[in-house]
Design a protein around this ligand. Structure first.
Ligand SMILES: Cc1ncc(C[n+]2csc(CCOP(=O)(O)OP(=O)(O)O)c2C)c(N)n1
Ligand SMILES: CC(=O)[C@@H](O)[C@H](O)COP(=O)(O)O
Ligand SMILES: [Mg+2]
Length: 590
């Protein structure tokens, strides 16, 4: 029997198929995704869940003239494969390869760049209103958004606007009842009820109440039903909403059974689905150092509460939830709410740990300033995935936090060098600080096996000298300091080089800095965030303020968006790998 997928490069090829051939194509597309993600890794479950929807949309609509935006975009592998990227799909998320999320510059079919959730309705609405203004009345504008993503503030704001806009948009809610972790909240409860009680969908429908033409819920794996309904919706003008029920991980048994793990499972056996787990030789992920330490602290300190905006597993707050369900709050994809909720807790004497990935905290910048720092509330921000994150790429690198947080008065910013320091600063923070604190740590594994040491208090604003030397001083922050230590060892005459782990980006260790700047004419700063406005900039400001005349070179992430790739490739690209650092230090030695 002929392979249908083999003959499809673009949707125009897909549109030549008969309707009854589409289920076979769906099977082939699933196998293709599984085949490649099994060895190349990536977001599996979400893409498997929307195979039929992807085929139906490209079959019926005139993409890319009709606009299709995938929310988050982690479910768009099928879309990429059917829109000219089948032959390069094996490069997905790899250095120099295609991105793991839709990106405007990659394809005309990627109508909008995504990666952070809940942007699709706003973007599509903007496009639809633009079409109206341009007189393009027959164009379709479609957003596909998941049940976790639609519960976010941005999506609600867009629905509120779209409902009175008369714009020709179709919002497809891909409801699989799970985000990365099971979906939460009142909206999730409503969606669950609508699925079982059809009367609710008719009589008490919150989407209809917002002026949308609502249809559903329908089975998103039933191609004939999907095609019928989408065909009907094509003829209706104005804001429309289709509620589709799918299963995350559909087609791979293991992925259906363990949807959390198979959101992004790493390598796995494509037949059995069994994961191929990397042996990390007893090392621990930073997220787990955080997740396990907070439980230890919470046992002693009953005021501790923990908050995550939809990253229960990713942040390892799942451990806290297991032991203290009443003191752990997964608020869904709601970074802004998470921060202000933490502020509210702090006003009442609780000790809130607000765990947010660096890249997602960008969403809650005003809340950090207005609700936390301005009122000097001692919220403890645990900023995970700080620095480059690898294959997720430009949308997810946590490289801006030092620069965007450093400008905020009252906020302490600390970048621990290793697991033990992370643990100790978590301990210190809950003892009772007078300020909010941002504790930033990276994605992935640490290097210390025995990190579970007795707690020690860290003095706020104190750096540490790691190595003596007379001619050049290197000032670093964060886990990159370990690589700097190795790089110094590689330099000839490493004896001349002094190394300081400044630890705190704010407040800077002024006493130590005065000593350094008086002794060393030449300084190098090293950080895993943007050079512009980062830790190095803070040192330059200090030098200028105190009228020192030192020569300073800043090393960090350059002023450009860094694409996706392995950490090894990316660190090499920005010269923050061992080679890059050591040759830089070598050059500056004289
Ligand atoms: C602003 C933001 N916060 C958190 C995330 C992390 N994240 C990526 S996918 C996802 C869950 C999305 O769930 P849903 O919208 O239901 O889509 P599904 O994975 O079920 O297809 C989350 C929380 C993100 N991408 N953006
Ligand atoms: C799509 C998305 O935003 C998340 O799935 C993200 O990729 C998770 O990142 P980690 O793998 O670092 O938890
Ligand atoms: Mg979902």
């Amino acid at each position: 029997m002929k392979n249908l997928l083999h003959h499809i490069k673009y949707p125009e090829d897909l549109r030549k198929l008969n309707l009854d051939e589409l289920p076979k194509l769906a099977k082939e597309l699933r196998e293709f995704i599984i085949d490649i993600v099994a060895t190349k890794e990536g977001h599996l479950g979400a893409s498997l869940g929307v195979v039929e929807l992807t085929i139906a949309l490209h079959y019926l609509f005139d993409t890319p003239n009709d606009i299709l935006v995938w929310d988050v975009g982690h479910q768009a592998y099928g879309h990429k494969i059917l829109t000219g990227r089948k032959d390069i799909f094996h490069t997905n998320r790899q250095f120099g390869g295609i991105a793991g999320f839709p990106a405007i510059k990659e394809s005309a079919f990627d109508a909008f760049g995504v990666g952070h959730s809940s942007t699709s309705i706003s973007a599509v609405l903007g496009m639809a209103i633009a079409s109206n203004l341009k007189g393009e009345r027959d164009k379709h504008h479609i957003a596909v958004i998941g049940d976790a993503s639609i519960a976010s503030g941005m999506a609600f704001e867009a629905l509120n606007h779209a409902g009175v806009s008369k714009a020709n948009i179709l919002i497809i809610l891909n409801d699989n009842a799970i985000g990365i972790d099971p979906s939460v909240g009142a909206l999730k409860e409503y969606l669950t009820k609508v699925k079982t009680d059809k009367r609710l969908a008719v009589q008490n429908n919150i989407i209809k109440a917002l002026n949308f033409d609502y249809s559903g819920p329908i089975d998103g794996h039933d191609l004939p039903k999907l095609i019928n309904e989408l065909n009907r919706l094509k003829t209706i003008k104005g804001p429309k909403f289709l509620h589709v029920i799918t299963k995350k991980g559909k087609g791979l048994q293991k992925a259906e059974e363990d949807q959390v793990t198979y959101h992004s499972p790493g390598k796995f056996d494509k037949i059995s689905g069994e994961r191929i787990i990397k042996n990390e030789e007893g090392f621990t992920k930073y997220q787990d150092v955080f997740g396990k330490t907070i439980v230890e602290l919470a046992r002693e300190n009953k005021d501790i509460v923990a908050i995550t905006p939809a990253m229960l597993t990713g942040s390892s707050l799942k451990y806290m939830l297991q032991e203290y369900p009443n003191r752990t709050f997964d608020v869904g994809i709601a970074e802004q709410h998470a921060v202000t909720l933490a502020a509210g807790f702090a006003t009442q004497g609780l000790v809130p740990f607000c765990a947010i990935y660096s890249t997602f905290l960008q969403r809650a910048y005003d809340q950090v300033i207005h609700d936390v720092a301005l009122q000097n509330l001692p919220v403890i921000f645990c900023i995970d995935r700080a620095g480059l994150v690898g294959e997720d790429g430009a949308t997810h690198h946590g490289v801006f936090d030092i620069a965007y947080l450093r400008a905020i008065p009252n906020l302490i910013i600390v970048s621990p060098r290793n697991e033990i320091e992370l643990r100790n600063i978590l301990y210190t923070a809950q003892l009772g600080l007078e300020n909010p604190i941002a504790i930033r740590y990276p994605r992935g594994y640490g290097k210390i096996k025995e990190w579970n040491t007795p707690f020690q208090k860290i003095e706020i604003g104190k750096g540490e000298q790691l190595k003596e030397g007379n001619s050049l001083a290197i000032l670093s922050v964060g886990t990159l300091s370990n690589l700097v230590s190795e790089a110094i060892q590689l330099a000839t005459n490493s004896d001349e080089i002094a190394h300081f782990d400044m630890r705190f980006v704010k407040p800077l260790d002024e006493q130590l800095l005065h000593k350094i700047l008086k002794k060393y004419k030449r300084i190098i700063t090293v950080e895993d965030g943007t050079v512009k406005g980062g830790f190095g900039s803070a040192i330059l400001e200090f030098i200028s303020e105190h009228k020192y005349k030192n020569e300073v070179e800043l090393l960090g992430v350059p002023d450009e968006f860094i694409e996706h790739g392995s950490m090894k490739d990316l660190l090499k690209k920005v010269s923050l790998d061992l080679n890059g650092l050591s040759s830089f230090i070598q050059k500056k030695r004289h």
